[in-house]
Write a protein that binds this ligand. Structure first.
Ligand SMILES: [Zn+2]
Length: 458
């Protein structure tokens, strides 16, 4: 994208500024940013006003439901005391913002929470004395509080929100929760236990590098013992000559503990008993690796590069290490252009795999839900053969992955889409807004799409 004449003019003006000029301009820039943030929140609020929930529309919720008749099954956008918003109102708003539906819903929820639950803070956003992003941070921190507790936080923090840090916000929010929702400590502990979990995440921003992130929340004593064990192993690795930095040795120690544990009987060995036998593991580690076999076995290829699905490239050396300590299932290469069709509604496994590998994620604009968790949708609604449907309706080129939320958004007729021979998709939403989805990302289309070929509910 080139630089416009106005931008070039601004650039020249900035290059000419002296120190006092920079300070004046940066203050102006902050004010402009606050105005823009305020405008976005006011527009979000107006969008909610224009789309109230009714028995006919259903109610927008954070989960995947949102269809009429399912109103009570999930959490509404705004906190307690906020009006409810019609189902499928967030999708066009988010698409116009150029963000995921979830991010658009967060903007709508923040606007509702600020105006209906944090009026003092909202007044300061409106007169530009509080930065909108700070007010939104408060809205999200108080979202799960009762309205009474949110009012308390608003009164405590509205005058200080522009200068206080997140630690003070957290303290006041905790105080409010304890004061207005005086659950006994035991109940808090039971609730905290619901948040116990272990998450493994892989970098999806192109910086994979064979490295992943493990996050765990759980019992303080058990975790302290585990951490002490990790540090002990890391120290022992150094004694054995491992020259890696301490952080890397701690991460390796987790692998050492996992390897040792997988070969032991979890229930231990009583004195005098024979040595523990390997306990059959019920765990299954699954990574989808794409590589050329010659990269692994051809001595003329010193180091090849394969791909870990959804994550990024990995060297053949790293893949060999992984394969050496795992059982691998090898499947032949799928031809993604395979054009066969079948005369049944459900695609065969190879066709499903082809569509998943081709599109990788839900094909709604800006949605990144993994295709393996999506429904495969007939882009043109399937008509059973017995009802006069044509043969060959189920083919990879006629299927697309869509997450449950966006499956519902299309099924209710609000969104229509089309797949093109080059693998891109054109979507049209409410108010004739159009979007192009390509393997590289989504973009708004300025013109109006030709709707004649777009598929309707299905
Ligand atoms: Zn989706």
């Amino acid at each position: 994208m080139g630089i416009t004449a106005a931008e070039q003019h601004d650039r020249t003006v900035v290059d000419d500024l002296d120190p006092s000029g920079v300070l004046a301009r940066v203050s102006e820039a902050e004010t402009a940013e606050r105005r823009a943030g305020l405008a976005k929140l006011e527009l979000a609020l107006q969008w909610c006003v224009l789309h109230p929930a009714s028995p006919d529309t259903g109610t927008a919720v954070w989960g995947d439901a949102g269809l009429p008749g399912l109103d009570g099954s999930d959490e509404h956008l705004g906190g307690e005391g906020c009006p409810q918003v019609a189902a499928f109102a967030p999708e066009p708003f988010a698409a116009a913002l150029g963000v995921s539906t979830f991010t658009g819903m967060q903007t709508l929820a923040d606007a509702l929470d600020l105006t209906h639950r944090l009026p003092n803070t909202w007044a300061k956003v409106r007169n530009l004395t509080v930065a909108p992003w700070k007010a939104r941070r408060l809205a999200q921190a108080t979202h799960h509080l009762s309205q009474q507790a949110a009012t308390y936080v608003d009164e405590q923090l509205a005058d200080r929100i522009d200068t206080c840090g997140s630690a003070l916000i957290d303290r006041i929010v905790t105080q409010a929760a304890a004061r207005f929702d005086p659950d006994p400590v035991e109940l808090d502990e039971q609730e905290a236990k619901l948040s116990w979990n272990v998450h493994l995440t892989h970098r999806a921003d192109g910086s994979f590098a064979g490295t992943s992130h493990l996050e765990a929340t759980g019992d303080t004593l058990a975790f302290t013992k585990l951490y002490d064990l990790v540090c002990d192993h890391a120290h022992h690795l150094a004694e054995l000559g491992d020259l890696d930095p301490l952080g890397a040795r701690k991460a390796k120690a987790l692998g050492v503990i996992a390897d040792a544990q997988s070969q032991l009987d979890l229930f231990g060995q009583a004195p005098g008993e024979s040595p523990p036998v390997r306990r059959p593991s019920l765990s299954r580690t699954r990574l989808y690796l794409h590589l050329t076999p010659s990269d692994l076995i051809d001595p003329m290829v010193p180091i090849g590069v394969g791909e870990v699905e959804k994550l990024g490239p990995a060297t053949s050396r790293r893949i060999k290490e992984w394969l050496g300590s795992s059982r691998a299932t090898v499947v032949p290469v799928l031809n993604l252009d395979r054009a066969y069709s079948v005369d049944e509604h459900d695609p065969p496994e190879w066709m499903r795999e082809t569509v998943i590998l081709r599109d990788r994620h839900c094909v709604f604009p800006w949605c990144r839900v993994d295709a393996r968790g999506c429904d495969l949708d007939h882009i043109t609604p399937y008509v059973p053969i017995d009802d006069g449907g044509p043969p060959g309706q189920t083919a990879a080129t006629k299927l697309a992955p869509r997450c449950r939320r966006h499956h519902n958004a299309k099924t209710t007729g609000r969104w229509q889409y089309q797949r093109h021979p080059d693998g891109t998709y054109t979507w049209q939403g409410p108010h004739r807004a159009c979007y192009l989805v390509t393997p590289l990302g989504s973009q708004a289309l300025p013109g109006r799409a030709d709707t004649s070929a777009l598929s309707g509910p299905g």
